[in-house]
Write a protein that binds this ligand. Structure first.
Ligand code: GUN
Length: 285
């Protein structure tokens, strides 16, 4: 194996430790950072995510208010709770764990969150701010990828002027990722399921970011020698083992640097959520 491993566990721990110090300093001034977390229903994966988010809050020194609502909660009741939290001065960030039960319109819920408390960065105001280069909250996973690129490999990865190919165009990852890489002055291509000659397009990349959700679809034939490969995928293979979109064993033979799954992008998402909560509290001051 020749690729340098970009250790998301380590980098996310550094970010959380930095936030822990800054949060303690805010506390000295009487400011408590507070995240409200809403979970509707009992999806096991969502329960794990929410538990991890609450644990991270505890670690960095934030308060977290948890609202665990039954699957049968009406959209009206959920919107009413969001409205109350929007108006509470002691709540800095609001997170509604997705996916929501099918009788609730996710877009209506996202739109209802006060953009200044939208620590997920999903509200159209925040997406629009990112698009035109204004201050706002950025979706946590793509923001985490930028931190991995900036802090990984001892800060030696250059982004400006590099060819970046992003595979996937979701609202949460692919699209904001493309805007962030553009902001960093990369030359950006967004590839997706209809892209012709996907392997050839990916092979152009100095920085390849895979966010498709298909286990092991990025093989060595998609990767230029020495490229930086960021794997956003979290999938289970046939044996039930957690794996990314990138076939790690063979791609790490030719890549210059690579993120593992687990332990790459995954831990960064929560670290960036904590960063957004801290920012939400500070911007209010
Ligand atoms: N479900 C899966 N990922 C996310 C996320 O980043 N935020 C929220 N709110 N729900 C999710």
């Amino acid at each position: 194996m020749s690729a340098t491993i970009i250790d998301g566990k380590l980098i996310s721990a550094q970010i959380k430790d930095e936030l822990k110090e800054k949060t303690a300093a805010l506390k000295e001034k009487g400011v408590e950072v507070t995240l409200a977390v809403i979970l509707v229903g009992e999806d096991p994966a969502s329960q794990v995510y929410v538990r991890n988010k609450k644990k991270a809050c505890e670690y960095v020194g934030f308060r977290s208010f948890s609202f665990e609502l039954p699957e049968t909660t009406s959209q009206a009741d959920l919107l009413k709770l969001i409205d109350e939290l929007n108006n509470r001065k002691d709540v800095d960030g609001i997170l509604v764990q997705m996916p929501l039960p099918s009788h609730i319109d996710e877009k209506a819920v996202i739109d209802a969150i006060d953009p200044s408390k939208d620590v997920d960065g999903f509200h159209p105001m925040n997406v629009g701010a990112l698009c035109i280069g204004e201050k706002g909250f950025v979706s946590c996973t793509p923001a985490g990828v930028i931190e991995l690129l900036k802090r990984g490999c001892d800060g030696k990865i250059e982004i400006a002027g590099k060819e970046c190919v992003i595979v996937g165009r979701s609202n949460i990852v692919g699209k904001p990722m493309s805007l962030l890489m553009l902001r960093e002055n990369a030359t950006v291509t967004v590839a997706h399921s209809k892209t012709k000659d996907l392997a050839q397009v990916c092979k152009r990349a100095d920085i390849l970011i895979a966010a498709v959700g298909k286990a092991g679809m990025i093989t060595k034939d998609f990767v230029k020698e020495g490229a930086v490969v960021i794997d956003v995928g979290i999938n289970r293979n046939a044996d039930g083992k957690l794996c990314g979109d990138v076939l790690f064993d063979e791609v790490s033979e030719i890549a210059g640097a690579i993120t593992p799954v687990p332990g790459g992008v995954g831990p960064m998402t929560i670290a960036m959520l904590m960063n957004n909560c801290y920012e939400a509290a500070v911007r209010k001051l």
